[in-house]
Write a protein that binds this ligand. Structure first.
Ligand code: SOE
Length: 376
């Protein structure tokens, strides 16, 4: 077997350790170091994952043996860290949202192009086998002409006044629910249908304009105890958005981080002239397909061997962690096989990430203006 690609993961919060695990299980790369700003947490994460730790990012950028850098930090540092990694000649994996504004996201896309490096945006939901199957059904014409794309992405981990996380801070960006989870919904809707959203009409809501911020740092999905201070919140807890696609089809999404009982309820339906399909992230192995005369529940069938690794047999659920593994496996394979970063890719590219940021910008503008806004 050829030498594995060597990687560094920057970020020790919720998602960084899952990147370490996904790369490892993908079998093409190995994460050699995890970097973070908090020395204790970085050391603890590194020990748990069996990799080296550093709080000095130059150790990552200046190490010529590191091929890939994963940027898994809070939103405000994605741009700066990814640009530095590209300058240092690394390929980059960047968490979503790619950047805080569309202009910054374009800067990143251009930098990767100029550096001739591969760049992936972590649109994990594209890695689910049944999402890929849904895309194939649409591409094979089984649904007929697409009419409607609709669904929701609902969470509850920010539904109480005492829930707090860095995503609520102004420096994390003007949008929250839309940038954090809506960007996944938009991307998956476009991935499955192969169409682009070219206009949006959005209504945003902040149901908790004041939150009780804990004085200690709180990780995503966690609750803190102890002293708190009231802080004003500018970003949206929820959004209702109408969309139009470039083929004339229409859609609607309800996005919320304040829906009690809904954990990661990402659902998407596509209605065509001949058939409709529906997928729910929390039941990832199933795909519903309905016509005028029948409806069927498709279950995941293990397909082929992906880069040397057999898939799990049916009935052994593949979920979020496997989706991340497969997404990163496609990315690492493109690098290992020497494929040009300029060509078509199997993985979600920085260009796809920039498109999602442009949609978020359009949503904010639409909500401000109270009218449809087109996306270029
Ligand atoms: C938190 O809202 C979050 O972890 C997102 O940041 C992820 O992208 C999503 O997959 C799950 O929810």
């Amino acid at each position: 077997m050829s030498a594995r690609l060597r990687a560094a993961v920057i970020g020790t919060g919720f998602v960084g350790p899952f990147h370490v695990d996904a790369v490892r299980r993908g079998g093409i790369g190995e994460v050699v170091v995890i970097a973070g700003s908090n020395p204790e947490r970085t050391a603890a994460r590194a020990e748990a994952m069996g990799v080296a730790a550093t709080t000095d990012l130059n150790e990552v950028f200046d190490d010529p043996t590191i091929d890939v850098v994963h940027v898994c930090t809070p939103n405000w540092s994605h741009l700066e860290l990814a640009l530095k990694a590209l300058e240092a000649g690394k390929h980059v994996v960047v968490e979503k949202p790619l950047a805080l504004t569309s202009a910054d996201a374009r800067t990143l896309v251009d930098a990767a192009r100029q550096a001739g490096r591969h760049g992936l945006v972590a649109f994990t939901y594209r890695g689910y086998p049944m999402v890929r199957r849904a895309r194939r059904l649409v591409a094979d014409g089984e649904l007929g002409a697409i009419r409607l794309v609709h669904g929701a992405y609902l969470q509850d981990w920010l539904s109480e006044e005492t829930d707090y996380n860095w995503r609520l801070e102004p420096r994390a960006g003007a949008s929250r629910a839309v940038a954090d989870i809506g960007s996944h919904w938009f991307d998956t809707a476009q991935y499955i249908t192969g169409r682009r959203i070219n206009a949006v009409l959005a209504d945003l809501a902040t149901f908790l304009p004041v939150r009780q911020k804990p004085l200690v740092e709180t990780a995503a999905f966690a609750s803190a105890t102890g002293e708190r201070e009231p802080v004003e919140i500018g970003s949206e807890d929820a959004a209702t958005i109408l969309v139009r696609f470039d083929d004339g089809s229409r859609g609607a999404a309800v996005l919320s981080q304040v829906s009690p009982g809904r954990k990661n309820a990402f659902g998407l339906e596509v209605d065509g002239a001949a058939a409709s399909l529906a997928w729910q992230q929390e039941r990832p192995e199933e795909l519903w397909v309905g016509t005028r005369t029948e409806s069927r529940g498709l279950v995941r069938q293990p397909e082929g061997v992906l880069h040397g690794l057999p898939p799990l047999p049916s009935g052994h659920p593949e979920g979020w962690a496997e989706a991340m593994r497969d997404l990163l496996r496609d990315f690492y394979a493109a690098i290992a096989d020497g494929r040009s970063p300029a060509g078509e890719q199997q993985y979600p590219t920085l260009e796809d990430g920039a498109r999602a940021v442009a949609l978020v910008d359009a949503v904010l503008e639409s909500a401000r203006a109270g009218q449809w806004v087109s996306v270029g």
